[in-house]
Design a protein around this ligand. Structure first.
Ligand SMILES: O=C([O-])CC(=O)C(=O)O
Length: 172
């Protein structure tokens, strides 16, 4: 067993395809609009949500908190006009033990983020940073890519996509 720091997310073995077959109508599946940018493609954990548009203040502040293996789901309105996550915030998320980020928007510093042990699913990349005016909401249900994410849902991500359940799934 590799040694993990206390805050490092547990990395379970699963395939979303198998979970879809096994749990069928008990799980919801995201429209396939995301690309993988993180060094960790398979990740899962309880959902924390933020909603913000071209202002990444709540992304930065939330990922600076202890992650406890959770996944930050960001409804950034699908903006393709700036990046809501870059290498510094992502490195902080790794440090704090977040399992990953699902971002309905763009990232930057993608080469650096690809080398980090963090799951990152996003729409694309953009060189420009976002505003930071302290605007946005946290811990509310968010809807994008055909799915509603509610804080406390469990999300499962891999190369094939994003699957959401109301309760943790038995992965054995
Ligand atoms: O600071 C930002 O807004 C995004 C960024 O570039 C980083 O996280 O390094």
């Amino acid at each position: 067993m590799p040694t993990q720091t206390p805050s490092a997310p547990h990395k379970p073995d699963f395939k979303t395809a198998d979970l879809s077959d096994r749990y069928d109508e008990r799980v919801r599946i995201c429209d396939p609009i995301f690309r993988d940018f993180g060094g960790q493609v398979r990740f899962c954990g309880p959902v924390v949500t933020v909603k913000c548009f071209e202002d990444n203040s709540p992304v930065k502040s939330t990922l600076a908190e202890p992650g406890h293996g959770r996944v930050l789901v960001v409804d950034a309105g699908g903006s393709m006009r700036c990046a809501m996550l870059g290498d510094l915030i992502a490195a902080g998320a790794v440090e704090q033990g977040w399992a990953g980020v699902i971002l309905y928007g763009c990232i930057r510093d993608s080469r650096d983020i690809a080398a980090m042990p963090l799951g990152v699913k996003a729409l694309g990349t953009h060189p420009r940073k976002s505003h930071r005016r302290g605007e946005g909401q946290r811990d509310i249900p968010v809807t994008f890519a055909g799915l509603r994410f509610t804080p406390g849902d469990e999300v499962y991500c891999d190369e094939d996509g994003i699957l959401v359940a109301d309760v943790p799934l038995d992965l054995d």
